[in-house]
Design a protein around this ligand. Structure first.
Ligand code: GTP
Ligand code: MG
Length: 138
């Protein structure tokens, strides 16, 4: 069993979709073992997406991620990292498979409703950025 880090992004919290996204997550067999709603600071968003800092959309991305509350989560299950990437669907919702969160709910490649870690190594780093050990209850 494995853990991954998830964010329900501002486009989804704004449309009151937290519960609907969580239903897709739980139906896929992933367990939400930690969750909190936060307003991301600019510094937090810049650090979180540091890897994209040279990309042309970086400013827009930071602006978006701080534009409304997000829900940060730790998901647990077998192959949680790859499983959640499958459940999320492609970055661009136009290319996302049927039944995925992004196909169901995302609005555009930028405002795409969810984040999920892309590797086990990054999952550990991202979880540590937002949760202390005692906030995760497996
Ligand atoms: P995350 O789980 O959020 O990391 O998405 P991803 O791994 O599917 O995509 P990637 O890491 O390549 O990009 C990170 C995020 O940057 C995406 O989820 C989008 O929110 C945003 N993004 C990526 N490409 C574009 C783009 O062309 N324009 C804009 N505005 N945002 C983009
Ligand atoms: Mg990514």
């Amino acid at each position: 069993t494995e853990r991954t880090f998830s964010i329900i992004k501002p486009d989804a919290t704004r449309r009151n979709l937290t519960g609907k996204v969580n239903a897709v997550i739980e139906d896929a067999g992933l367990r939400i073992v930690a969750q909190k709603r936060i307003q991301m600071s600019r510094a937090q968003a810049e650090k979180f997406y540091e890897i994209h800092s040279e990309r042309p959309f970086f400013g827009e991305l930071v602006e978006f991620m701080t534009s409304a509350p997000v829900v940060v989560q730790v998901l647990e299950g077998e192959s949680a990292v790859t499983k959640y990437r499958e459940v999320m669907g492609a970055t661009n919702p136009a290319q996302a498979a049927e039944g995925t969160i992004r196909k169901l709910y995302a609005e555009s490649v930028g405002e795409n409703s969810v984040h999920g870690s892309d590797s086990l190594e990054n999952a550990k780093l991202e979880i540590a950025q937002f949760f202390s050990d005692d906030e995760i209850v497996g």
